[in-house]
Write a protein that binds this ligand. Structure first.
Ligand code: AVI
Length: 312
């Protein structure tokens, strides 16, 4: 573990994070499997993170706007849930407007605030720290560059109760419900204090048209975000994907209750990835499945409450 500390800023890089730089391994496994897949967690290199920021500002991508409205209306009520000064913890890097609304509401009730955030990307943590520390002089920032589970275990020891954890943006939707429940259990056991709370953003069912537009916008930004995975393979692994021979496709699967993103090969082709010494064959119309965004959380809320009602 490496720790970098100045007066209001601590950055912790865990060994597990270093070991988890698995882009090459995941690309090999995903493109050799049937059907072909690439994990959505590899979207977020520098360019991918910029494109995601742009997606969040699109008129079609209602999620960010809806969540910001809810938090704007309720930030003070959320802060008022705590009788004592609280520490804030976020899964994902907390530079966004939504986090700042909560920070402001908490700082209106307590003299200073410890804000800890877990993100796999060290550069996202550094950018977030810069923005937040400049905006709030009474804030102390701890960034943990780690997968969520590792970061949570670490912060559970380091940060005393009461804690308010944020998991926003419907990120839980990128998990299959079978994976989400065990992960939520881990969060619950890390935040086991009587006064600890979790604020989580979950999307609900919408009309097919609204959903498909949200993930296939008219400016083509989501398409660029999806195709960036192939650019990333070209840049980082010596891939030879011709980007004019793949297109972005979004479908809403009503039975599975999820929006799927795919990259479709327009022609039969073989693509080399030099650094991996791989040749990948694609049939015309064959897809690489890159992301699921699950929506049936409305239906699951009852059972979630039964599991976690005592904690959240
Ligand atoms: C980060 N995650 C919750 C987004 C989502 O809606 O699934 C990622 C995204 N993919 C396409 N647009 C946005």
């Amino acid at each position: 573990m490496t720790t970098l500390k100045t007066s209001r800023f601590t950055l912790i890089e865990t060994e597990v994070q270093i070991a988890l730089n698995t882009f090459a391994t995941d690309v090999r496994e995903g493109l050799l499997s049937t059907p072909k897949t690439l994990s959505c967690r590899h979207f977020y290199d520098q360019r991918g993170s910029e494109l995601f920021e742009a997606i969040c500002k699109l008129p079609e991508y209602y999620l960010t706007r809806a969540e910001t409205e809810i938090i704007t209306d309720h930030a003070e009520d959320i802060a008022a849930l705590f009788e004592e000064p609280v520490s804030l913890l976020e899964l994902g890097s907390g530079s966004a407007v939504k986090t700042q609304l909560i920070i402001k509401a908490l700082l209106a009730r307590q003299p200073n605030l410890l804000f800890a955030t877990i993100d796999i990307s060290q550069s996202a943590l550094e950018e977030s720290a810069l923005e937040l520390l400049q905006a709030h002089k009474d804030l102390e920032f701890i960034g943990v560059a780690a997968p969520y589970e590792v970061g949570l275990a670490h912060l559970q020891r380091e940060i005393s109760e009461p804690r308010l954890a944020l998991w926003l943006g419907s990120s839980v939707g990128n998990f299959h419900p079978d994976e989400a429940i065990p992960f939520l259990r881990k969060i619950a056991s890390a935040l086991s204090g009587e006064a600890d709370r979790l604020l989580i953003g979950m999307d609900l069912h919408k009309d097919r048209q609204i959903l498909e537009r949200a993930y296939d916008d008219s400016k083509g930004i989501t398409a660029a975000f999806n195709l960036n995975l192939l650019y990333r393979i070209n840049r980082e692994l010596g891939g030879r994907f011709d980007l004019t021979r793949f297109v972005h496709r979004t479908t809403y699967d009503e039975n599975l209750g999820r929006v799927e993103m795919h990259l479709v090969s327009l022609v039969a082709q073989t693509v080399s990835i030099d650094d991996l010494e791989l040749q990948i064959d694609f049939a015309a119309g064959e897809t690489i499945h890159t992301e699921n965004s699950h929506l049936p959380w409305g239906a699951h809320l009852g059972s979630l409450w039964a599991h976690f009602g005592d904690h959240f």
